[in-house]
Design a protein around this ligand. Structure first.
Ligand code: C2E
Ligand code: MG
Ligand code: MG
Length: 528
């Protein structure tokens, strides 16, 4: 994954985490707030109902007190009794007497003669009620007249709901429950809304964008309806998230920066290599090895490549020394061996004249683990041991007493062993005699400087011919690395060097490409 894509993915993950956390926190806090709000409205409506019941009870008490009056109606004595009732009961504005058809006298007006309106509400054992409007324009007031027997009391409707509001949005109304007639309501309470709420089943619920609570009285056929706008209780979660988006974006960006920094810190060479091993990112590429005598490919050197997740290929010079010093070379060599067989195992089984040369590091020589891995692969792909060669860098073989027996183990298993990068080590040529090897690979840099001087005609470097001569005399095979020109190839052939490897023939390539290379060569030779 490219760093930009990693940063983007991290940002998305962090942003998701931040928003999800915020959403959960907001949801939880909204749920708590809503529950508290609902409880407050419940308590408020119960208080309102208590108040309404108190006023109703007072009207009932006043009427029951007046009912037994046995004197002549509307006399001074009777009017006196009516006034006493008006004064005694706080919410009674006026008390009067009716003959059942007309109102004959009241505590305020004395004897009168007014037609009795038809009752709009009947409750309890013989109570009836109706509304009248009093006051001038702009000062209209709705009065509730309650009658029991021949007496009538008048109550200002506002008394029923005369309590301190919970907040500036709550609305309240009091209704009678038989016909859902509104007895009293606050100025902005919707007449139809409260009636509709009363008719619904539930005692408290959301509908039409409001939260309603209906409190029904057990003593009287009355109920109180309180309601609040829904958004007062339930916050708009989406809206809230939209509001927190900009700060969440900033927090996510900062979080991403921290995560990336932390990742960079974690990405030590050791961790990176371990990750590569875990993900099997080490693959073997092939560089053809050519017989200088026939010009034909006789095999290939397996050169490891670290294939990163984003497709980048890392050259071995940058990580092999690091893997060696961190003690991680063995699992990498194992992956190279397996990769060789996965890539060209079948081709090797089909062409016994081909071999693959595998590089070994100092760490690989400490045990025979590579041989164990190899044994399994050889059996699986039916490849012969002599088709696998090994290259060991000269400087890892300095201690001949310990390295000689190890190399012998490899040779005893049927493999050929070459000294790689010959000429760059510290040892003298004579130590070749003490090592059980099949041949040497002349280092490319070494060879290059010699062949350059050779090309110019002045033989400034006399070691190369000497090495070749020495190898011949010791009966060792020779591979020349880094052959880039025909002149170099000609020189090496003329001096009896058997094999060459270099860009003159081909660069290192993935296994499938190498297989195509072999096919082309076979086809070309067949045509020739
Ligand atoms: P080496 O084993 O000497 O491999 C030969 C190197 O020379 C390769 O470099 C190859 O690409 C390069 N080369 C081949 N022909 C030419 C040419 O004509 N001109 C020039 N300028 N260069 C040429 P590469 O693949 O980068 O490998 C570098 C070194 O990494 C190898 O040197 C070897 O020491 C080490 N290495 C590669 N694969 C492995 C492995 O699987 N295990 C271990 N332990 N070391 C490995
Ligand atoms: Mg090599
Ligand atoms: Mg080499």
């Amino acid at each position: 994954m490219s760093p930009r894509l990693t940063a983007l993915t991290t940002f998305c993950a962090v942003a998701f985490a931040v928003l999800a956390t915020l959403a959960v926190a907001m949801y939880a806090s909204d749920a708590v707030t809503e529950r508290q709000q609902r409880q407050q409205i419940d308590v408020f409506s119960r208080r309102a109902l208590l108040r309404a019941e108190l006023v109703t009870a007072e009207a009932e008490a006043a009427l029951r007190q007046l009912a037994p009056y046995g004197g002549t109606p509307c006399t001074n004595d009777h009017l006196q009794r009516l006034r006493q009732a008006e004064e005694q009961f706080r919410y009674i504005r006026e008390a009067g007497w009716t003959d059942g058809v007309r109102l004959r006298c009241t505590s305020l007006q004395g004897p009168i003669d007014v037609a009795l309106p038809p009752p709009t509400w009947t409750f309890g054992d013989g109570f009836t009620a109706w509304h009248t409007e009093t006051g001038g324009p702009g000062n209209e007031r709705s009065m509730l007249n309650v009658r029991f027997g021949n007496h009538v009391v008048v109550i200002d409707s506002r008394f029923y709901l005369d309590i301190v509001p919970l907040d500036d949005t709550i609305e309240l109304a009091m209704l009678e429950t038989q016909d859902a007639a509104v007895i009293s309501r606050w100025a902005h309470a919707g007449h139809d809304l409260v009636r509709a709420a009363l008719r619904r089943e539930s005692a408290s619920e959301y509908f039409q964008g409001r939260y309603y609570v209906v409190e029904r009285s057990r003593r009287y056929p009355i109920a109180v309806v309180a309601y609040e706008p829904e958004d007062r209780l339930r916050a708009n979660l989406l809206g809230q998230i939209r509001n927190v988006l900009p700060p969440a974006f900033v927090v996510s960006a900062f979080g991403t920066w921290l995560v990336m920094r932390w990742r960079r810190k974690l990405r030590t060479p050791r961790n990176a290599l371990l990750e590569g091993i875990r993900r099997h990112q080490f693959v073997a590429w092939m560089q053809p090895l050519v017989s200088l005598e026939t010009g034909r490919c006789v095999g290939a050197e397996a050169l490891v490549r670290w294939k990163l997740e984003d497709g980048t290929m890392v050259a071995p010079d940058t990580f092999i020394p690091m893997a060696e010093s961190l003690g991680l070379i063995e699992p990498i060599t194992d992956q190279v061996v397996r990769s060789v067989f996965e890539g060209v195992g079948t081709a090797l089984a089909n062409r016994r004249d081909l071999h693959v040369s595998i590089n070994l590091a100092g760490g690989d020589l400490a045990c025979t683990r590579v041989l164990d891995t190899l044994k399994t692969c050889l059996a699986k792909y039916a490849v012969r041991p002599e088709q696998i060669w090994f290259e060991v860098i000269e400087r890892t073989l300095v201690d001949t007493a310990t390295s000689a027996p190890v190399l012998e183990t490899y040779r005893a298993a049927g493999h050929r062993v070459f000294i790689d990068d010959f000429g760059t080590g510290y040892s003298s040529l004579s130590y070749l005699q003490a090592l059980p090897v099949d041949g040497i690979k002349l280092d490319r840099s070494f060879l290059r400087s010699f062949l350059r001087s050779f090309a110019t005609g002045e033989e400034t470097n006399k070691i190369v011919p000497h090495i070749i001569e020495m190898a011949h005399s010791l009966g060792l095979m020779m591979v020349a690395e880094g052959v880039e020109t025909q002149a170099q190839a000609r020189y090496l052939r003329a001096h009896g060097v058997q094999y060459a490897q270099g860009w003159l023939y081909a660069k290192a390539m993935p296994a499938d490409e190498f297989l195509r290379y072999l096919q082309h060569e076979a086809a070309a030779t067949g045509n020739a």
